[in-house]
Write a protein that binds this ligand. Structure first.
Ligand SMILES: Nc1nc2c(c(=O)[nH]1)N[C@H]1C(S)=C(S)[C@@H](COP(=O)(O)OP(=O)(O)OC[C@H]3O[C@@H](n4cnc5c(=O)[nH]c(N)nc54)[C@H](O)[C@@H]3O)O[C@H]1N2
Ligand SMILES: Nc1nc2c(c(=O)[nH]1)N[C@H]1C(S)=C(S)[C@@H](COP(=O)(O)OP(=O)(O)OC[C@H]3O[C@@H](n4cnc5c(=O)[nH]c(N)nc54)[C@H](O)[C@@H]3O)O[C@H]1N2
Ligand code: SF4
Ligand SMILES: [Mo]
Length: 695
């Protein structure tokens, strides 16, 4: 008999609500959860391809212990007992000799992050890293500098917007299903879309206005937009007067940043910049400059993200339909969120983070996430202390941290690498012990607290039982914890126990999620009162254009614009990267369905420049940087700015056990230099110039 199970997708980290159709213990079909209005039955292609992950023989099936040198691919199958005993014994020895802080854990933030954070807190290590800084660390810091809250506590009401401006937020390919549907609905109702990217993406083709900006110059564009908005008095004077700290400083600062100046820097005509400022002002406050998702491009990234957010503040585009909003939790309706294991009491941690976040050397990035691209440097320099063991949980240091060879060198210096994954990833290939997790369709997961305009909770229900000898992450961490004497911090016997414990203070029960997959604390949309009830968490209680967070740490609120350099040689390009609709970062390249459609990446080159180098469409070319090189096919096109070369992220794999993706295409992390926005925390992934030559 066919049965519907409401759950959460995990083909990428967006976690869209899904309905899984199961018959005789087999998954037949996956679609969006139609009970979630904003979602409907829609799914993206990766979500649909979940079935081919479930039935893939090339995923991890049982624990593995390495028998040859690292990266040699020599393995033996192990029982859970043996693999966990061995990992536990080695960890115990390392902690006894070097302290708990010599253990680091890297993870893509997920529903059981509170479990892995608990593990590290219990051993006295501050070195828990999420992916956050690599994705959008500087957006996080920018939001805290202006509003006192992180970007994770903010959202954009796309569905009700009258004009949306996207800066390389390629929403129609770098997908989150609910916002995509929201934006499509808004466009159908007559909203306008302005899209800015050095490359013509699918999102560009849906826009009313598209600007092929010179790479890395968005900050110049925004300074000019502010100049026009202030000069022509297009801003929301009452809102700015009541809520903005430092408006007069901004007015003085942007005086010289005229549209004509920005035209020369960005390549966008001055008249069009003026036009956009006027158009946005005409529909304020029901419009939004989207502050972006992936804010990991250049060393000035925090100021780019601040400038986007400041444009919203100038037009009063906060807490209005169609604008930027602040997420409301259960507290807004007098209720409680789901509990987390991290709410327990832990021993005090006496050492700083190994990436130095939170110290005077690196004061501003979010210590709740850390800055993973600093980890290889910390390991190699043994500064501030030696790191000896790395636990990897749903994260790919080799592919997702720039400068792959540097990361590999750092891994070589470790005594222990244990990876919890579902795929034969490159980091699994390079580990000592591999612990396979049951995939999302096979497991119940910790509670998803979804704060938004209306707070809700979602649950990832188990759709089918595990096909192979795999376990859920929280059970793996508990079993490992028991082996090193911290078992008391994991007071549950099953994930169901843990979920029930999490739900205790909320007033909801596990059973309440069965019918629709989620529960709502309220059906109302909660907006703050824009005239008197805004609740900014900055020291001034206002939006800090002049930022106390930045200035107390010795950084400027309004730094002078520095021109973005052009590639110096005729065969050089600025390497820019991104995604497409068919793949998730580094997770899906070996997925049978998705690999069939996009088996490898290509390098996009501007036609005029490629012709001058003697490169034709589909030619093989050599691409090299100061960090590494590879051979890849060229996509020669008019659809990219002459200074840029674009590659999809996630290809160029080393694991021979993932046969479909092995050595297909080139990894961007192999080419990228490890350079960081030392104020905001993001890596400058688009800082690197590459040389492209015909093969
Ligand atoms: N060079 C470069 N680096 C980047 C980026 C880039 O464009 N270029 N993008 C950045 C961005 S935006 C992000 S968000 C990060 C993402 O960085 P990552 O988190 O490293 O990437 P993912 O592809 O999301 O997943 C990583 C690993 O999780 C495994 N995995 C998938 N599902 C499960 C599961 O259910 N359980 C377990 N245990 N493992 C699972 C996958 O097999 C994969 O090995 O990378 C950042 N780093
Ligand atoms: N299909 C798919 N969807 C996803 C994901 C996925 O892996 N696959 N991952 C999810 C995650 S974690 C994230 S962070 C988001 C990422 O979503 P996006 O932020 O939309 O990120 P990217 O796909 O990396 O797109 C980056 C775009 O920025 C452009 N760009 C490069 N340089 C510049 C510049 O100087 N200025 C401007 N304005 N644009 C520039 C690039 O050409 C590229 O099109 O997508 C989410 N959705
Ligand atoms: S965007 Fe696609 S892959 Fe990501 S969670 Fe949603 S349906 Fe799944
Ligand atoms: Mo991301």
């Amino acid at each position: 008999m066919e049965q519907a199970v409401y759950s959460l997708c995990f083909m990428c980290s967006i976690r869209c609500p899904i309905r899984v159709m199961v018959e005789d213990g087999r998954v037949k079909w996956i679609q969006g959860n139609e009970n979630v209005g904003a979602m409907g039955s829609s799914l993206c292609p990766r979500g649909s391809a979940g079935i081919s992950l479930l039935y893939d023989k090339e995923r991890l099936q049982y624990p593995l212990i390495r028998t040859g040198p690292r990266g040699s691919g020599q393995w033996r199958r192990a029982s859970w007992e043996e693999a966990l005993d061995m990992a536990g014994e080695k960890l115990r020895q390392i902690i006894a000799a070097h302290g708990g802080h010599s253990v680091a854990l890297t993870e893509r933030a997920q529903l059981s992050t509170h479990v892995s954070k608990t593990f590290l807190k219990a051993i006295g290590s501050p070195n828990h890293f999420t992916h956050d800084a690599l994705c959008k660390g500087s957006a996080n810091t920018a939001c805290r500098s202006l509003f006192g809250v992180t970007d994770g506590e903010m959202g954009v009401d796309l569905a009700n917007s009258r004009h949306v401006v996207l800066y390389g937020r390629n929403l129609f390919e770098s997908i989150e299903v609910k916002p995509v549907r929201g934006l499509i609905n808004a466009l159908a109702k007559g909203a306008k879309l302005t899209y800015i990217d050095p490359r013509v993406t699918v999102s560009a083709t849906k826009a009313h206005r598209y600007w092929m900006i010179r790479p890395g110059t968005d900050l110049a564009l925004n300074y000019a937009l502010m100049h026009v908005i202030i000069k022509e008095k297009l801003y929301d004077a009452a809102f700015v007067d009541r809520w903005v700290e430092g408006f007069q400083d901004l007015r003085k600062f942007v005086q010289h940043y005229t549209p004509e100046w920005a035209d020369r820097e960005t390549g966008i005509p001055a008249t069009e910049i003026v036009e956009l400022a006027r158009e946005m002002s005409a529909v304020k406050p029901n419009c939004a400059f989207h502050y972006g998702y992936r804010a990991a491009h250049h060393t000035n990234e925090i100021y780019v993200r601040r400038s986007i957010l400041m444009l919203n503040a100038l037009l009063g585009c906060l807490e209005a339909p169609g604008a930027v909003f602040f997420k409301k939790g259960p507290g807004a309706v007098g209720r409680k969120p789901a509990r987390k294991l991290t709410e327990q009491k832990f021993p005090k941690i006496e050492v700083p983070r190994c990436d130095k976040v939170g110290t005077p050397d690196f004061p501003l990035p979010d210590p709740a996430h850390g800055v993973p691209q600093m980890l290889p440097h910390a390991i190699l320099n043994q500064d501030p202390y030696p790191i000896k063991a790395l636990l990897v949980y749903r994260f790919e240091p080799l592919m997702s941290i720039p400068d792959k060879q540097l990361t590999q060198k750092a891994l070589d210096a470790l005594d222990l690498i244990v990876t919890i994954d579902v795929n034969h990833s490159d980091i699994a290939w390079y580990s000592d012990i591999v612990l396979p997790e049951s995939i999302y369709l096979e497991r119940l997961d910790c509670v998803q607290q979804l704060n938004s305009l209306s707070p809700q909770m979602f649950l990832r229900h188990q759709a089918v039982t595990p096909r192979y000898d795999t376990l859920e992450g929280p059970m793996i961490l508990k079993a490992l914890g028991e082996r090193i004497g911290i078992g008391e911090y994991f007071p549950y016997e099953s994930v169901e126990d843990l979920v029930r414990w999490q739900l205790e203070p909320t007033g909801f029960r596990l059973e309440d999620f069965a019918e629709k997959g989620f529960v709502s604390y309220t059906s109302e949309k909660l907006f703050w009162d824009r005239s008197e009830g805004m609740k900014f968490k900055t020291p001034s209680g206002k939006i800090e254009f002049r930022s106390s967070l930045l200035e107390n740490a010795g950084f400027e609120s309004f730094p002078t614009y520095e021109s973005m350099s052009s590639p110096p040689e005729p065969d050089q390009f600025r390497l820019i990267t991104g995604r497409q609709a068919l793949h998730t970062h580094v997770s899906t390249q070996n997925n049978m369905y998705l690999n069939e459609i996009t088996p490898e990446n290509e390098i996009w080159l501007n036609r005029g420049r490629a012709e001058r180098l003697g490169i034709r469409n589909h030619d093989l070319v050599r691409v090299s940087s100061s960090r590494g090189s590879g051979t890849i096919r060229a996509f020669v096109t008019d659809l990219i700015h002459p200074e840029a070369a674009f590659m999809l992220h996630g290809f160029g794999r080393d694991s021979k056990l993932a046969t479909r993706s092995y050595q297909r295409g080139v990894s961007d992390s192999l080419l990228q230099e490890s350079i960081t926005d030392m104020v905001g925390g993001s890596p400058a992934l688009h800082h690197t110039f590459v040389t492209v030559t015909p093969v």
